[in-house]
Design a protein around this ligand. Structure first.
Ligand SMILES: [Zn+2]
Ligand SMILES: [Zn+2]
Length: 320
């Protein structure tokens, strides 16, 4: 006759099952959990550095350089190139864009572009991974929508990509072996984004203290700044501001995000002409990201730029 498990054995089995479930959850949410860790560390470091530690010129230069490279990687690389194919690049530049874009810790080129293409496909409708539409009644519902669009969408079930999403929105990326060879090392590129500022600080100051503060400024603080600027496109630029084009969604142009995001603030224009390498299409608007793409073209690193005309869209529709 089989022996019944004791209360202790039952408790051990339940604890084991709980750990297995927790392990599965942690692995499924590894990316958003790492974003929380980087952003909380970045915000806390910023308060400590500005409030108590003080800021050196080296720290500011390291932060500014890493911020610029990070936004180039995300706005020009992950967004205009990998998501929309608004221009073509040399293999060397493509690899550089994967590495710089990954340093923001927002996911590999495959993950980022697939989610973003899905966003354009369902913009502000059911199926959009990060629409900030109100989620409930009144001001609380509006706030909940904004928080979801800004960050908590990363934890939502709709964000976890299945084979169907990769098949529909990322087929060209998955089948690009050269791209996948670099893109698979996403976590190494994230780590590189932490190591490079520390080395730069050590090289300039020749002190461990200088290396440490440069690491904080160029690493977690830079990730906090870059990530939240990019996420404001999902929350703020789908909520308030003018919409000069009828994009059939809630996308808006937000002028004060234009400089921090190298032109990415013209988000309503972008939704109306998603395949355009240039986002500033109205008189008086600037697009630093497009200037950089033009400079890369002059250097022989980019070609076949697609530029939409406000009267008569030259861009193809968003991937279906
Ligand atoms: Zn959008
Ligand atoms: Zn886009």
């Amino acid at each position: 006759m089989a022996k019944l498990p004791t209360r202790f054995e039952t408790a051990v089995r339940a604890a084991r099952a709980h750990l297995v479930r927790l392990e599965g959850w942690l692995s499924a949410y590894r990316l958003p959990l790492s974003m929380v860790a980087f952003n909380v560390t970045g915000a806390a470091s910023l308060v400590w550095l500005c409030g108590w530690r003080g800021v050196s010129a080296t720290d500011l230069v390291v932060f500014g350089t890493m911020y610029l490279l990070g936004v180039i990687g995300l706005e020009i690389g992950m967004h205009r190139y990998f998501s929309h194919r608004a221009f073509e690049v040399t293999p060397a530049l493509r690899n550089a864009l994967v590495i710089l874009g990954s340093m923001g810790g927002q996911g590999s080129a495959l993950v980022w572009a697939t989610n973003h293409r899905k966003h354009h496909r369902f913009a502000d409708q059911d199926g959009d991974p990060h629409s900030p539409r109100p989620r409930g009644e009144g001001r609380i519902g509006v706030l909940r929508g904004l928080v979801h669009g800004h960050f908590t969408w990363h934890f939502a079930e709709a964000t976890s990509m299945g084979m169907r999403d990769l098949h529909r929105y990322g087929r060209d990326l998955v089948s690009d072996r050269d791209l996948m060879r670099v893109d698979r090392y996403f976590w190494r590129w994230v780590a590189l984004g932490m190591v490079v500022p520390a080395i730069a600080g050590l090289a300039v100051t020749r002190t461990l203290d200088g290396a440490f503060t440069a690491f904080l400024w160029g690493g977690p603080v830079r990730v906090f700044a870059v990530d939240n600027a990019i996420w404001m496109i999902n929350s703020v630029a789908h909520s308030c501001g003018p919409a000069p084009f009828d994009a059939r969604d809630r996308s808006r142009n937000v002028w004060w995000l234009v400089v921090p995001l190298l032109g990415g603030g013209w988000h309503n224009t972008h939704h109306a002409f998603p395949g355009s390498a240039r986002m500033a299409l109205l008189p008086g608007q600037i697009d630093p990201g497009f200037w950089i793409i033009r400079a890369l073209e002059c250097l022989g690193q980019a070609h076949s730029l697609r530029v939409a005309q406000p009267r008569g869209d030259s861009s193809p529709p968003a991937p279906d």
